[in-house]
Design a protein around this ligand. Structure first.
Ligand code: NAI
Length: 474
């Protein structure tokens, strides 16, 4: 028997379930099809577990340095099993919350694999969903006026490199590890590579990063990356740039041998594990795209228009699967806008300059808007200033004065073009920069805001004052 809905969402990750709640608020009868657990990558394998582990590492580092604060804690040790247990408890608690939210919003959840059907006896147009179950149970057929594909992404591999999940691993494997390796080589100095490098180093693992491009974190502001590299190198992380992995082999029971090329020279290194963190690809396999007119871009992501509609106008694609920025907050934004478009509410366009981006390592990095390299390339007449955390009283109170905030403004309009931050807690502070960008604040307005003293937020005010030529501290 076919079941009818206004909207069926394929994938109950952060993008999918938030979209479903917005749809329910708008009065649409809504179902989610999810093959694993509500919450998806962000809750179970990505954002939340990695940040929980990074928090454990931060606590370990703080306790190691507790004597500076007058707290005697001799010889602390790091217990990975307990850190993993805490991570699991954090996930479970949030997972229960998500299930509750979905239930109370009267959203139907089908715990199976959803496949899009072409025109069939159920509907003359493509887009009915067949839900297939692992157990012996007949498929459900969901006939829906609209479909949103929110199936997310998975770690990509390199050609000729077999992920064996023991020696050669992805972030999905590390998030479930039961013991720490002594050493690790991380291929890819992107966001995932750098967060894992930070966690693993801070809990005692020897870390080497291989990055193929000229620098790690290439989309980030180069000043920020320079400072990050200085801090990480001082801590003892080895960062090899312009270093392209050739091959990896493991002899039974021994370390993994890695060959890489740097400036046309071949080098060999070895470690206990090799993490492949070279990007993520869209999860579109077997979901029935071939039964529709939906098209892919060159990188295999689903093509969408400004309302997140695919070539089948009643089928939308949001989040990692559509090739935009692979961030949970982008997925939820896109989902809400897609649903509002379905409900005929119109849809504002997502401005890339309003999307904050964060790296939750030690130190943290956060940014919004254009980098200095981008404003130069775009030909802006710009002015910039940097304010060190040394200028901020609360940073001294916290004993975390390493880092700075850089603000870039348009000289002609006084508009904020970019804010880039490195240091402790900047992933919290960037929210204020997001608000400023959303309201199109000028540097003058940002400098007139009253920031509580002492607080780290003062660095935003100081940066705005500095770029206005009225610097007080720093
Ligand atoms: P990425 O695209 O950010 O970085 C991959 C890196 O691997 C690039 O720097 C690339 O040059 C390098 N690379 C590729 N092939 C290589 C090779 N053969 N040898 C050496 N280096 C090579 O991808 P990543 O880090 O896997 O992250 C995937 C997505 O997940 C990103 O869009 C990221 O923003 C998102 N994410 C965001 C987080 C956050 O917001 N904090 C946390 C984790 C992931």
């Amino acid at each position: 028997m076919a079941l009818n809905y206004d909207l069926v969402i394929l994938g109950g990750g952060t993008g999918g379930y938030v979209t479903a709640i917005r749809a329910a608020q708008l009065g649409l009868t809504t179902a989610i099809v999810e093959k694993q657990k509500l919450g998806g990558t962000c809750l179970h394998k990505g954002c939340i577990p990695t940040k929980a582990l990074l928090k454990s590492a931060a606590v370990y580092q703080q306790v190691k340095n507790a004597a500076d604060f007058g707290v005697e804690a001799p010889s602390p040790t790091f217990n990975i099993e307990q850190a993993m247990a805490r991570k699991k408890a954090v996930i479970n608690s949030l997972h229960q919350g998500v299930e509750h939210l979905v239930r109370t919003n009267k959203i139907d959840v089908y715990e199976g694999f959803g496949r899009i059907l072409g025109p069939s006896i159920f509907s003359p147009i493509a887009g009915s969903i067949s839900v297939e179950y692992e157990e012996e149970k007949e498929n459900d057929i969901l006939v829906s006026k609209n479909v949103i594909i929110a199936t997310g992404s998975s770690p990509s591999n390199l050609p000729n490199m077999e992920i064996d999940h023991t020696h050669i691993v992805t972030s999905d494997d590390l998030v479930e590890m039961t013991e720490l390796p002594k050493s690790i080589i991380i291929v890819g100095g992107g966001v995932i590579g750098m967060e894992w490098a930070s966690f693993l180093h801070d809990v005692g693992v020897e870390v080497t990063i291989l990055e193929a491009q000229d620098q790690i974190l290439s989309p980030f502001d180069h000043d920020i990356v320079k400072q990050l590299k200085r801090i990480l190198t001082k801590k003892g992380i080895t960062i090899l740039e312009q270093a392209k992995i050739d091959s990896a082999s493991v002899e039974k029971g021994s370390e993994i041998q890695v060959t890489y090329q740097k400036q046309h020279e071949i080098h060999n290194i070895s470690a206990e594990k090799l993490l492949i963190a070279v990007g993520r690809h869209a999860n579109t396999n077997k979901i029935g795209i071939e039964n529709t007119d939906i098209q892919f871009d060159q990188k295999g992501f689903i093509q969408v228009n400004e309302h997140f509609q695919t070539k089948e106008s009643h089928i939308y694609a949001i989040g990692d699967v559509n090739g935009g920025q692979q961030l949970a907050h982008v997925a939820t934004y896109e989902g809400k806008k897609a649903v509002e478009h379905i409900a005929g509410l119109g849809s504002s366009q997502l401005s890339q300059q309003e999307i904050p981006s964060c790296i939750y390592g030690n130190p943290e990095i956060a940014m919004i808007g254009f980098t200095e390299e981008e404003v130069k390339q775009k030909g802006y007449d710009y002015r910039l200033e940097k304010v060190s955390l040394q200028a901020i009283g609360k940073a001294h109170v916290n004993g975390q004065t390493e880092g700075f905030t850089k603000i870039i403004i348009d000289k002609q309009t006084n508009d904020i073009l970019g804010i880039h931050m490195i240091g402790a807690h900047v992933t919290e502070l960037i929210g204020q920069a997001s608000t400023a960008k959303y309201f199109d604040s000028s540097a003058l307005e940002l400098s007139e805001v009253i920031y509580p003293h002492p607080s780290l937020s003062e660095i935003i005010g100081e940066a705005a004052l500095a770029v206005e030529g009225r610097k007080i501290h720093g």
